[in-house]
Structures are given as structure tokens and as C-alpha cells.
Design a protein around this ligand. Structure first.
Ligand code: A3P
Length: 283
């Protein structure tokens, strides 16, 4: 158990079982509410934030929340957890409102809604309403390392990374309202990425507002902010690993052996043969 104290380990709920759901490995807490999720009624100005887990979902969600509501509802920033401000559509766990209930409770315009679903699982009303979608992708090596650490304290699965990033990339080719972002670009130049995001959203905040957003959304500021660092989420044991862990590009080098890296590269090449997606594993 390494550094995990026995008491905290005993307090954790049992790890959920993985099963095949329409060809995707999933856990029940993301599929049990399927009917309600699929029947979710999106509104035209809803913004869907879609990612493979551990790709920078919270970072971009928080930037969007600050962009839309940071100035108008400043109290929301200190009183409301990102779990409520940006509901996770498919989550359904005991003792908490489901993502669908939380999303339906939102009285903001736009509503910001998060999903980890592969593109084919997204409720059809989002496409019917022609909603804007912000997709964030992260290179596979850092994504898997971040996932590994998260998995030590939680369980979240949404099938293959390859299918996810490519499925959403294909969708972007036919749906003009998908904005595809990369974690590495955010790390390299968050200001530029924020500008692109504003352009996509038809927003033109002042330079001061953008500077303020970028400051609030810096790694260390988010790490110390209980509203966004997930420290209030009872199912995550920070004695094992922090949600805001390192926030770097290239941390995979501290985890992969040379042999593992070679194997990974070989497999990656095969699986990405037909893809035009380009990722950077270092910057
Ligand atoms: P690491 O585990 O590599 O540190 P998600 O929100 O999709 O679960 O992604 C979590 C990952 O994004 C974690 O990666 C976390 O540290 C990183 N992250 C969150 N906010 C960040 C920020 N402001 N700057 C850089 N990385 C951030």
C-alpha cells in the first residue's frame, strides 16, 4: 500500500468494476443514468467541455467559468465548487446529485457542462442545438502518467485514448462548432490559447480581464483554491495523490523506462497510422 494509511484505505469505497458498454470500457457510475443522460435537453448556448480524463478538463473549465462569470458573479468563485458550476454530465454516484440534475439546476447563461464521453455517447440534443464544444486533448504519454496517479486514488475510464482523441478530431471536421485544444499549447502559451478560445466564443474581454483569468488559472493558484482543486470531493484520497499533481509536459520521462518508451512508440505508431492528429510529448 506504499504510503497509504490503512484507515484512509479502509474508508475508500470499493473500486468499481469495469465492463464493456457499447464497445467502451466503463464503470457503472457513468452508465447507470444512461436514459436520463441521453434524454438531456441541451440549450442552444450551452457549452460542452469534452475531454479524455486527465487532459486538462478542470483547467479549461475554470478558464471558461472565469471568462463568463468571473466578473459578473464574483461570489460564485469563492463559494461554489467547480463540481456544481461545471457539472459532470454522466456522473451518478450515491449521496450526490447526478450530473444531469446539477446541469438542469444551472440557471446561468450559458451553462457550462463537462463530459468525458467518447463522441458517439454525447446526447443528441447537443448536436441538434448546434452547441459549442471545447475539446481538450493531451499527449498520450503525459495523459497516461496523470491517469495512472489519478487511478491510484479513484477510478475513471472512458475507453481507449486513441478512439477518444480521434473520434472527437473527426467530429471537428464536420461540426464547425468544435474547438479542439491541446494541453501542451496551453502550457506553452495560455494567453494565446485564451485568445483563440475567446475568438471561438465570440467574446472580447479586456486585456485586464484576460490577465486576471490567466493569473487565477495558473497551476499554483488552482492548486491552492479549494473550489477547483477537488480537495472537497470525498472520493479522492489526497494522501495517495493530489488532483493538481504536477501540471507539466514531459513528466512521462520520469515514469517510462527506455524499453517501455520504445514499446509505447511502436504501438502508438500503429494505432495512429490513419490519424492526422499531431501531439507534442515535449515542448
Ligand atoms: P498532472 O496529473 O499531470 O499534474 P483533468 O482536469 O482533465 O482531470 O486533468 C488533470 C491534469 O491537469 C493534472 O495533470 C493537473 O495537474 C493538470 N492541470 C490542472 N490545472 C492545471 C493548470 N492550471 N496548469 C497546468 N496543469 C493543470
Amino acid at each position: 500500500l506504499g504510503s497509504v494509511s490503512v484507515s484512509s484505505f479502509m474508508d475508500l469505497p470499493p473500486r468499481p468494476e469495469l465492463f464493456d458498454f457499447h464497445g467502451i470500457s466503463m464503470t457503472h457510475c457513468f452508465t447507470d443514468n444512461w436514459e436520463n443522460i441521453q434524454n438531456f435537453q441541451a440549450k442552444q448556448d450551452d457549452i460542452l467541455i469534452a475531454t479524455y480524463p486527465k487532459a486538462g478538463t478542470t483547467w479549461v473549465s475554470y478558464m471558461l467559468d472565469l471568462l463568463y462569470f468571473g466578473q459578473t458573479f464574483p461570489e460564485r468563485q469563492i463559494s461554489t465548487s467547480i463540481y456544481q458550476t461545471v457539472p459532470f454530465l454522466e456522473i451518478n454516484v450515491p449521496f450526490m446529485d447526478s450530473g444531469v440534475v446539477l446541469a438542469n439546476k444551472l440557471d446561468t447563461s450559458p451553462r457550462l457542462i463537462k463530459t468525458h464521453f467518447p463522441v458517439q455517447f454525447v446526447p443528441k440534443s447537443f448536436w441538434e442545438q448546434n452547441c459549442r464544444v471545447v475539446y481538450v486533448a493531451r499527449n498520450a504519454k503525459d495523459n497516461v502518467v496523470s491517469f495512472f496517479h489519478f487511478d491510484r486514488m479513484n477510478k475513471v475510464v472512458f475507453g481507449s485514448w486513441y478512439d477518444h482523441v480521434n473520434g472527437w478530431w473527426k467530429k471537428k471536421q464536420t461540426h464547425s462548432k468544435v474547438h479542439y485544444m491541446f494541453y501542451e499549447d496551453l502550457i506553452e502559451d495560455a494567453g494565446q490559447e485564451l485568445d483563440k478560445l475567446c475568438h471561438f466564443l465570440d467574446m472580447s474581454p479586456s486585456v485586464e480581464t484576460k490577465t486576471w483569468i490567466l493569473d487565477r488559472a495558473q497551476f499554483h493558484n488552482m492548486k491552492n483554491n479549494t473550489m477547483v482543486n477537488h480537495s472537497v470531493v470525498p472520493v479522492m484520497d489526497f494522501e495517495i495523490s493530489h488532483f493538481m499533481r504536477k501540471g507539466k509536459v514531459g513528466d512521462w520521462k520520469n515514469h517510462f523506462t527506455v524499453a517501455q518508451n520504445e514499446m509505447f512508440d511502436e504501438d502508438y505508431k500503429m494505432k495512429m497510422t490513419d490519424s492526422t492528429l499531431q501531439f507534442r510529448t515535449e515542448i
